[in-house]
Design a protein around this ligand. Structure first.
Ligand SMILES: Cc1ncc(COP(=O)(O)O)c(C=O)c1O
Length: 394
């Protein structure tokens, strides 16, 4: 298959790896080594000077990690990839590279709580400001861009409100001003959405989620242009040091192989969950991009392969009702994170988005009765039975 472009389901298994370069090992070997020896002093000098290719020290590059980086680049249809110790290490390395004191970051109306925390720290310590935009039309986006906007930062679907941003529209406006568009693609994985193919500049993943798929790794991935990736590899990654361990990269390579199969199953269970919740008398609202009445349904059709495996909903009642419902669940686990085999439920207002002040949370649409559910791979009937019995008790 040399040189032939293969399909996504094949790329998740093969991209970036050639057995012939690794003694024919079917599975990518784990290079669990912090450093690499040089055959002589001159070779060491050449490697440090960048005149000779080769590994030096695992913070600067590692063969197992490189296979993962090449694989995510192939899956996101970008020129290059880079792996980090967490999604937040990836977000902070990217944003630190793209901004300087006095700049402004324009964000979608809702971002992950720790990304919000990072932006607050930038503001307090480095005078890098940020604001939020609904990004629901060309006019809104144009109006919200400031003269010093250096980055447009988008989550779509937005965590946890499940609103969507039209990526092609955002890119059209950003190009008028030459502003890079960064997309956190965690909720979709490259199986459902490839922002680079829509013209976006950078894709970030919390690989902890669907990419890993098994709840046993914290990691981040970035994809983008080769020249830029090489720059952050040598600066905000190397010098701030948020690199992935080779073992975690190895586990991600293993998890990735089943990404399409897992995502199809997550999506199938989510569709059934939506049908169950939609008309349930104890559910006040459901937020799911696969809902034909969702205001952004047309955007989902345009840029996502499927609506995905996450659903948020509001229970009728109060914060306490929402918490009581969670406490009654038996199969469904109370935990943050998402994209695992297990169905997980969390309460954004007191968990993932607790750092966001209530006034901002309300603007983002995060009510105290809102719950976010990451639909797992269990038999749908068992998930339904558990939700049904817990709803009956509130
Ligand atoms: C959308 C999104 N981006 C980034 C992150 C941060 O990733 P990590 O926990 O791997 O650092 C998360 C974590 O939940 C997330 O949900």
């Amino acid at each position: 298959m040399k040189g032939k472009k293969t399909r996504f389901e094949t790329e998740v298994i093969h991209a970036g790896y050639q057995e012939s370069q690794h003694h024919g090992s079917l599975v990518p070997p784990l290079y669990q080594s912090s450093t690499f020896t040089f055959s002589n002093a001159e070779q060491g000098e050449k490697r440090f000077a960048g005149i000779e290719e080769g590994y030096v020290y695992s913070r600067l590059g590692n063969p197992t990690v490189k296979i993962l980086e090449d694989r995510i680049a192939a899956l996101e249809q970008s020129e290059a990839g880079l792996a980090f110790s967490s999604g937040m290490a990836a977000v902070s390395a990217v944003l630190t590279d793209l901004t300087k004191t006095g700049d402004h970051i324009l964000c979608s109306q809702g971002i992950y709580g720790c990304t919000f925390g990072l932006l607050q720290m930038y503001e307090e310590k480095y005078a890098i400001s940020h604001s939020f935009s609904r990004m629901d039309s060309i006019e809104t986006l144009r109006k919200d861009i400031q003269p010093n906007t250096a980055v447009i930062y988008i989550e779509t679907p937005i965590n946890p409100t499940m609103k969507l941003v039209d990526l092609e529209m955002a890119v059209d406006v950003a190009r008028e001003k030459g502003i890079p568009v960064v997309v956190d693609n965690t909720f979709c994985s490259p199986y459902l959405q490839t922002p680079i193919t829509k013209g976006c500049d950078v894709v970030i993943h919390s690989a902890t989620k669907f990419i890993c798929g098994h709840g046993d790794v914290i990691a981040g991935l970035v994809a983008g242009k080769k020249e830029w990736i090489e720059r952050i590899a040598k600066t905000t990654q190397k010098d701030m040091g948020g690199i992935i361990s080779p073992f975690d990269a190895w586990l991600l390579l293993r998890g990735l192989k089943t990404l399409p199969i897992r995502m199809d199953r997550h999506a199938e269970n989510a569709q059934k969950l939506f049908a169950f919740l939609k008309n349930h008398p104890k559910i006040a609202a459901v937020f799911y991009p696969g809902d034909t009445e969702h205001p952004d349904y047309h955007i989902m059709k345009q840029q996502m392969k499927q609506p995905g495996g996450l659903i948020s909903f509001e229970v009728s009642g109060s914060k306490e009702t929402a918490q009581q419902f969670m406490n009654e669940l038996q199969l469904v686990k109370i935990a943050v994170s998402l994209g695992d085999a297990e169905t997980l439920i969390q309460h954004p207002a007191t968990m993932t988005h607790a750092v966001v002040p209530e006034i901002e949370r309300k603007k983002m649409g995060i009510e105290n009765t809102l719950l976010r559910l990451s639909v797992g791979l269990e038999a749908w009937e068992d998930i339904q039975d558990d939700l049904e019995q817990a709803l009956a008790k509130i």
